[in-house]
Design a protein around this ligand. Structure first.
Ligand SMILES: C[S@@+](CC[C@H](N)C(=O)[O-])C[C@H]1O[C@@H](n2cnc3c(N)ncnc32)[C@H](O)[C@@H]1O
Length: 304
């Protein structure tokens, strides 16, 4: 394990990289980690710097996708959800949200959102494959603007239960942007019966080798070109669910966040779990309570 160093704090609202190939982009680094082709040297450099510390980080990215598939299958099947707002959708890959949801319900509506123009170009070409699937350019950190976007309101009925998917995006929102406050706004705005699914880089904060790896990975993500990639504690991540009722991640487990391979796994694990896989937590929360959404006034940003 390399020496642990505190990350240099490089915070700020990052302008999405888009077509600039001289700067690493979150979406392209993730694509490179998944083994995709839509990435450049600058992105592969970040992937490789991370792999020096966490050689199985590609398995972590694949695990994240498999978790998304299980969650969307559950929500569009047994849970009866027929509309999905997938924020931070990324570049199209294998098994996108609409493909999984529409296997269960061909009329399930899916709106993908990303603030990176390259994701939008690829998304529009590859993901808008039917009348129920749309790709929208918008920013997670501006919930009022995002939820009022004409294509969001045209294709989703925000007065009926929906699923909000936030896979691998909130760890790219800096603390000073108040990720918990942003989430509170989304949760207030969605109706009772809705679900929120989140995956997030996690720091066990327990002095172990896993904690050291989390600090070093955060350091690399932030300083090797992305400027974000925060490993937060279980309680910080849990706070993003507000007062949603977390689902139990398995038949003998209480409602909580879980390492992704513990969340209703597909079957027995065949290999010992590597440390890097333990550094991504996920959970699904359900909104219970009064049926009318109450939208709280927002502060600080232009629309919050
Ligand atoms: C790591 S990728 C995750 C892709 C996909 N959700 C998954 O889990 O497989 C994160 C995505 O979030 C997008 N993103 C980052 N910050 C964002 C923001 N403020 N608003 C919208 N999208 C954002 C990035 O452009 C990137 O495509």
């Amino acid at each position: 394990m390399p020496e642990v160093s505190e990350p240099t704090l490089v915070t700020g609202v990052r302008i999405p990289v888009g077509v600039d190939t001289s700067r690493a982009s979150i979406a392209r680094v993730y694509d490179a980690t998944l083994g995709g082709k839509d990435n450049y040297d600058v992105d592969r450099n970040v992937r490789d710097k991370v792999a020096e510390i966490a050689p199985q980080q590609s398995d972590v990215a694949r695990m994240n996708r498999q978790w998304l598939h299980r969650v969307v299958r559950y929500l569009s099947g047994p849970a009866g959800i027929d509309q999905f707002l997938d924020i931070g959708a990324g570049l199209p890959t294998v098994g996108n949200t609409h493909e999984i949801a529409q296997q269960q319900n061909p009329a399930a509506a899916v709106v993908y959102v990303d603030n990176d123009p390259v994701c939008n170009i690829h998304g529009r070409v590859l993901l808008e494959s039917n009348d129920y699937t749309h790709f929208v350019p918008a920013d997670l950190t501006e919930p009022n603007t995002l939820l009022a976007h004409p294509e969001v309101v045209a294709h989703l009925d925000l007065t009926r239960p929906l699923a909000l998917i936030l896979c691998g995006i909130l760890h790219h929102v800096d603390d000073h942007l108040d990720p918990a406050g942003i989430m509170r706004h989304y949760i207030d705005a969605i109706p009772t019966g809705s679900y929120v699914a989140i995956t997030h880089f996690a720091d066990p904060d327990d002095g172990t080798e896993a904690h050291e790896m989390a600090i070093e990975l955060q350091n690399r993500f932030i300083n090797a070109g992305l400027g974000s990639g925060w490993y937060r504690t279980h309680d910080q991540i849990a706070s993003y669910f507000g007062d949603l009722e977390l689902l139990p991640p398995g038949p003998h487990l209480g409602p909580d966040l879980a390492e992704l391979d513990d969340w209703w796994p597909m079957g027995p694990e065949l290999e010992p779990r590597c440390t890097e896989k333990r550094l991504l937590l996920g959970g699904v929360g359900r909104k219970t309570g009064p049926s009318n959404p109450v939208v709280t006034p927002l502060r600080r940003r232009t629309d919050r």
